[in-house]
Design a protein. Sequence first.
Length: 285
Amino acid sequence: MSDNLTEDVVASFDGSADPRTREVMGALVRHLHAFAREVGLTEQEYFRGIDFLTRTGQISTETRQEFVLLADVLGLSMLTVGLDTKLPPEATAATVFGPFFVEGSPAYGLGDDIANGAPGQPCLVSGRVLNTQGEPVAGALVETWQADEDGFYDVQKDLGVPQNRGHFTTDAEGNFSFWSVRPVAYPIPDDGPVGELLRAGGRGPMRPAHIHFMVTAPGYARLITHVFAAGDEYLTNDAVFGVKDSLIAEFTEHPAGTAPDGRELGQPYASVHYDLVLAPTEETL
């Protein structure tokens, strides 16, 4: 081995048959070694880092992915979204996926209540799925999930039944609508290694109130995004850097009575309307 350790390690990947593997691993090794040199990494700090990553893996489960959370709070998730998602300005902006999506959510009809007993103020959510020309996208699959008024997702509560989670198909005019609960700000899980990192950095764990959406339709790029509640105090310091101004919407308060869809409510409720605009794929263009 030569005196140039970094280049020796990079060269060790030259035998890979995949050019992308050689490119990615070469860059990773160079940047990792440059980081250690820049900060003068001590052996004690090295082992503390190894312990941190070990515990990050150990706390991860099917319903809690601490490594995703780590990537989120370091801004890597949002950076990857920006690098990998090239959307025209007319399309709805993408943001982080988050760790709480679940495959196979229940199917609902338009206007159904997906709260399924989740605590919180009733909230009517509506909008349209459109293309960048402003035309409706019929038959689009809209998947949604969110936390309840206590700041918990259903998978964090081990209920055995989904709450505030479901999917819909848009009608001929691209409409979607459903009842859930008004979202609230909540802390990301901070009882593990990522929480330790935030506290060490003098950072908070809060995310502003939001609803998750994933929209897919033939001929269009998949959209993963949030709709954030206007006026939330954490919009400017989201723990995972996911807020974009174009994704902020007004949640309107209403007194008890008859909702726009004819539903009778004996308590005040909220509503929000937000259109989701899909970008065409290159094949469509």
